[in-house]
Design a protein around this ligand. Structure first.
Ligand code: HEC
Ligand code: HEC
Length: 228
């Protein structure tokens, strides 16, 4: 799409490796030298500004700049479904997502976030581009793909794709799983099985997955994404 005006959303797309460019554009924006576009689409609200600042100064230290984390126990947030992200921030805040890592890392983080900022943070991360896929053991990967697409009929486990989408891209409030760190996925399935994390729909469907099956499906999911 070609436009001759610069929108706030364009600023967010400037890679962080160009801090001087970003500062210059932000300066021009502040002077009103660049149009901010239609108010509904582009005018950043107070909550948007707070979210941008939180993301850059606080969340980035664990989830990576732009939500692509380099530590396996810190989930990628980039390209995640916005409604899912918002729901999770609120679940940490009301302490209903209560596994030990959630308590240790996220309860304090979410406590300072009001509804408007939670929404803005969710929109911010949903708009970032997805992390690259990471290929793992080919045998596990093939087994994991089978479980993901077909389920495990003998154990009454339905295909994951029915809810998480064919490409694991997520749907509505159901999370994207594509490209997510395998160790994070394994851990979440285990905590959901043990009901340390309340996820009533998921709990029922994955209750009987075995540990090797969980590892296989996580290996497959981590492999999906650009560059894999
Ligand atoms: C000190 C490290 C740390 C910081 C800082 C941090 N997080 Fe997290 N975050 C984590 C960990 C660890 C998890 C996984 C918790 C678990 O295993 O349940 C997580 C999980 C999440 C999730 C759930 C993702 C999913 O796929 O379910 C969201 C959303 C999230 N964080 C948002 C944020 C936001 C927004 C901020 C900034 C306000 C932030 N985090 C700051 C460590 C951190
Ligand atoms: C009936 C729909 C449904 C099916 C089938 C399903 N899921 Fe889910 N899944 C969900 C929902 C809803 C959530 C979000 C739970 C929440 O809100 O905390 C979720 C969450 C997850 C999460 C946590 C993601 C994160 O970022 O923390 C993982 C991992 C996951 N599912 C893996 C799977 C796998 C693997 C399968 C197949 C074996 C599967 N799911 C099948 C509905 C489903």
């Amino acid at each position: 799409m070609h436009r001759n005006t610069l929108l706030w959303s364009d600023l967010k797309r400037v890679p962080p490796s160009f801090p001087r460019l970003l500062r210059a554009l932000a300066g021009l924006m502040a002077l009103g030298a660049l149009t901010a576009g239609p108010a509904s689409a582009a005018q950043p609200t107070q909550a948007d500004k707070q979210a941008e600042q939180l993301a850059a100064t606080v969340c980035a230290s664990c989830h990576g700049t732009d939500g692509r984390s380099s530590v396996a126990s810190f989930p990628d947030l980039a390209a995640q479904r916005p409604d899912y992200l918002e729901a999770q921030i609120k679940a940490f805040r009301d302490q209903s997502r209560a596994d030990p890592d959630a308590q240790a890392y996220m309860w304090g983080m979410a406590a300072q976030v009001n509804d408007a900022v939670a929404h803005a943070l969710a929109e911010h991360y949903a708009a970032q581009h997805a992390a690259a896929g990471v290929r793992g053991d080919p045998r596990l990967l093939a087994q994991g793909r089978q479980i993901y697409q077909r389920g495990v009929p003998a154990l009454g486990v339905p295909p994951c794709s029915a809810c998480h989408g064919d490409q694991a891209q997520g749907m509505g409030a159901m999370p994207r799983l594509a490209g997510q760190h395998a160790p994070y996925i394994v851990k979440q399935i285990l905590v959901i099985q043990r009901v340390l994390r309340e996820a009533p729909v998921m709990h029922g469907v994955i209750r009987d997955l075995t540990r090797p099956q969980i590892e296989a499906v996580a290996t497959y999911l981590q492999s999906i994404g650009p560059g894999a």
